[in-house]
Design a protein around this ligand. Sequence first.
Ligand SMILES: [Zn+2]
Length: 106
Amino acid sequence: MKAGNKIKYSHLFSDPKPGQLAVGDGWLPTLYDFLDKCDKHSKKIQIAQIKEKFGQARIYADNTDEYLGNLIKETIHKLNNTCEVCGKPGQLNYEKYIRTVCKEHV
Ligand SMILES: [Zn+2]
C-alpha cells in the first residue's frame, strides 16, 4: 500500500498498522475503489484486515451494514477474478503457488 493512500484511508481501519492491507499490486486499484466507497458511505466501518489467503481475497471488518456487506461480497468476487500481480482478468492457479493470476503471471 502506498503511503499516501494508506494515510487517506487509515481511519477506516480499526488499528492502522503495516500488514493490514497485505495484497499484491494488481488488487490495489479495486481495493482503493472499495475503501473510497466505504469512506463515502458512512466512515463507520472498522476494517481489521484485508489480505490474500490460499489465493483468495479476505476482508475482515466490523460495523458493517447491508450496503457494506454487499460491497464486501462484490469486491471479493472481483478480486478473485483479478490477477494479483498486474490487475488483468485472472483465476485461481495452483501451478507454483496458490494464487489468483492471469496467464502471464502463472
Ligand atoms: Zn497478471
